[in-house]
Design a protein around this ligand. Structure first.
Ligand SMILES: [Zn+2]
Length: 201
């Protein structure tokens, strides 16, 4: 059984993915960043932990076979399929305050505000936001461990790029379809994405 949802440009989605089920995110038009957080749905104080994930993967860029580990060092999701190969783990989410810090624009909300809307549905809030994954985003690091001025470079995701995540526990997933237009992460033109939930056989 599958359930497909369209998340509009700049929109958000939050939901529980039962253990064994698969969440697939499709970048329908290409070049769209998708910010992602995940939690143990039953005990959300256990949540995605970037350092554990990176230390297990031995890379800053995630792809098929990598697991999204929690702060309790347990896998929340496994990336089972991926046509993008190299999802960002260090750029974090955009926000109203970082948009002013980085780009000098005021009152422009971002993924952090989307996360807050999604988390609120599940009784969670600001204290539950941790550094997130950016699916279909590219944050290059050079040989001197430096970042580019723009941090994000234009996504190489083609139309139809997809990543599939199998839940390794009953998992709460929170997604922000990034509204950013001040850096190249969405090619200056945020577009809709598709989410598909597929039940285990
Ligand atoms: Zn964003």
């Amino acid at each position: 059984m599958t359930n497909t949802i369209i998340v509009e440009a700049g929109g958000h989605w939050a939901g529980v993915v039962p253990k064994g089920d698969t969440l697939t995110i499709v970048d329908l038009k290409g070049g769209q960043g998708v910010d992602f957080l995940c939690y143990n749905a039953e005990h959300p104080e256990e949540r995605y932990h970037a350092p554990n994930t990176l230390k297990a993967a031995l890379t800053l860029k995630l792809s098929a076979g990598h697991k999204l580990y929690s702060d309790d060092a347990r896998p929340i999701f496994t990336i089972t399929e991926d046509t993008f190969d190299g999802h960002d783990t260090i750029g974090g989410c955009c926000s109203e305050v970082s948009n002013e810090m980085l780009y000098g624009v005021k009152g422009i909300s971002g993924c952090r505000e989307n996360f807050l809307k999604g988390l609120k549905t599940f009784g969670l809030g600001r204290r539950d936001i941790v550094p997130n994954i950016n699916f279909f985003c590219d944050v290059p690091v050079n040989d001197e461990r430096a970042l580019k001025d723009t941090v994000f470079v234009p996504s190489k995701a083609q139309a139809g790029a997809r990543v599939s995540l199998r839940a390794e526990m009953n998992a709460l997933a929170v997604i922000s379809n990034c509204p950013q237009v001040n850096n190249p992460c969405n090619h200056g033109n945020p577009t809709e994405i598709e989410i598909t939930l597929t039940a285990a056989d």
